[in-house]
Write a protein that binds this ligand. Structure first.
Ligand code: ADP
Length: 494
């Protein structure tokens, strides 16, 4: 559907609700791309409001003013005002700043003590985001922006629904509806009860509803108190209601019975091979010549032997257990010995994986490259230059990387879990349908088998490969449809 039609449908829904102005939405989170990003959460918070506004909403963002934002965007940021909040017996400074990016108003909450270091301070995350939780409603009052819907994301803002329904119920924000989106249930923000009582003045009567293993759980508070809870793919929405994936919150979520999932969109202004300025050559579904140039340039850049006939498998990932690194460790050496393929990985995180990857590179000179670090440009080069993109995740709420790789005609090889299951259609050798390769078990052999199927197709069935690439590039995870789904959800909550 065209943007105009989507806009009209939402306007009709809003009129039914008696709204005669754009619905006011506040997205709040710990990260927001491109300002401060460690993963897909930032992509969602940075992209969704831009498209919501195109569909007739008044969507704004509130995130911490992290040091990294100050360093990169400081000269564009406008200081608005400051005030003090109480965190128990403490009094803390809150600076409110404003940045406009792509027409979206982003409010940045400043505090040197909490946000002058990393986005997540080791051992002090609870304090950082308890402070942020208190600062958000207090800043909104002073900005005179009372949202119709406050869209909270992950545990860092999970306590807000509870605060609004208890401490702010008699304020103008008492009528604000709350949506909590779970991007990753593995991170819940566990603190001591004393801490939340002390910092956020949570009364005794509320402690039980956020209790998990004798600790106060920020995310659980949101799961219990938010008006709606959703997640980032239908499969993950089902999975987190089960013991295997629910990380202890499955009883609460299945009791709610209303948890559903909206698959993330990708921002085509950033991720389109036809216009992407960061890749060495542009290409489209109809004119693919540029992709070979991207492959050659990537092989050269990463120190691999430049051999365009050799299938190149790539990964761009946080190096954490969730992403299936154990499976990679169990299979990639053998794959590189047994088949004529090459492997490039960009990622950082757990030391154990970083060290192992350095060893892999040493064992397979010219055939394997491990680029340890965070590098936006190189990530674009990998999405464009590889033939296959590997994501063997143990669990995957949505996953953005496989969507990007499909847009770049780089066929994903994924484990059938969460959003990966919902977005990658496995290759069917009888019909030629599919957009990638999938495997079921969190097991190295199963992953290796999927990689071998992909490599086999690459060498032995070029026409089928080309069809798959065309199918993958035709998949539409556009942000307009994604924002439309969120728009409907917000309006249904009013
Ligand atoms: P998650 O949010 O769990 O990390 P997603 O697949 O949803 O996984 O999103 C990951 C995003 O972060 C993608 O846009 C990916 O390109 C990017 N990314 C991850 N690691 C790196 C890295 N080391 N360098 C550059 N970009 C990265």
């Amino acid at each position: 559907m065209q943007v105009k039609q989507l806009r009209e449908q939402l306007a009709a829904m809003a009129a039914d609700k008696g709204l005669d102005r754009p619905a006011r939405i506040l997205l709040t989170a710990a990260e927001c791309a491109p300002l401060a990003k460690t993963g897909g959460l930032a992509d969602v918070v940075g992209t969704l409001p831009k498209y919501l506004n195109k569909l007739g909403f008044d969507a704004r963002v509130m995130v911490p003013y992290h040091r990294i934002i100050k360093e990169r965007y400081g000269d564009k940021v406008e200081y608005l005002f400051s005030f003090y909040v109480s965190l128990g017996w403490r009094t803390k400074f809150v600076g409110v700043n404003r940045l406009e990016l792509d027409g979206v108003c982003i409010w940045l909450i400043e505090n040197e003590e909490y946000f002058s270091g990393p986005i997540y301070m080791p051992d002090r995350e609870g304090e950082q985001y308890a402070f942020f939780t208190r600062a958000v409603p207090e800043a909104l009052f002073r900005l005179d922006f009372i949202p119709d819907v406050m869209h909270c994301n992950d545990w860092h803002t999970g306590m807000l629904p509870l605060l609004l329904k208890t401490q702010y119920i008699d304020s103008p924000m008492g009528g604000t509806r709350t949506l909590l989106t779970i991007h990753n249930i593995a991170y819940q923000g566990l603190c001591k009860f004393d801490f939340v009582q002390d910092f956020l003045s949570i009364p005794d009567g509320c402690l039980g509803l956020m209790e998990r293993y004798g600790m106060a759980d920020f995310l659980k508070a949101g799961c219990v108190m938010a008006d709606r809870v959703n997640t980032v793919s239908p499969s993950y929405a089902r999975e987190i209601c089960t013991w295997e994936y629910g990380e202890g919150l499955d009883p609460v979520l299945s009791l709610r019975g209303d948890v559903d999932g909206i698959v993330n969109g990708i921002d085509k202004a950033v991720w389109r091979p036809g216009t992407d300025k960061r890749i060495p050559a542009n290409y489209t579904r109809a004119k693919m010549q540029g992709k070979a140039k991207c492959k050659a340039a990537l092989m050269e850049e990463t120190g691999l032997e430049v051999n365009l006939d050799r299938p190149l498998i790539g990964m761009v990932t946080r190096l954490v257990e969730q992403k299936g690194l154990e499976l990679v460790m169990g299979a990639i050496d053998q794959l590189l010995w047994d088949t004529d393929c090459a492997f490039v990985l960009l990622g950082n995180g757990n030391r154990k994986y970083e060290d192992w990857l350095r060893g892999l590179e040493a064992r397979h000179p010219g055939r394997a490259c491990a680029w340890i670090g965070y590098d936006d440009d190189l990530s674009h080069h990998i999405y464009a230059g590889c033939d296959f993109f590997l994501m063997p995740s143990r669990f995957e709420p949505c996953g953005i990387s496989q969507l990007i790789s499909m847009a770049y005609g780089t066929l994903p090889i994924v484990r059938e879990t969460g959003g990966l299951r919902d977005t990658v259609q496995p290759y069917n050798q009888y019909t030629g349908e599919g957009t990638g390769f999938t495997f079921q078990w969190a097991d190295s052999l199963d992953m290796a088998d999927a990689c071998r199927r992909a490599i086999d197709l690459y060498y032995n069935n070029k026409p089928a490969m080309e069809t798959l690439i065309k199918n993958a590039m035709a998949v539409d995870y556009s942000c307009e449809n994604w924002a439309f789904e969120y728009g409907k959800l917000y309006l249904s909550m009013l």
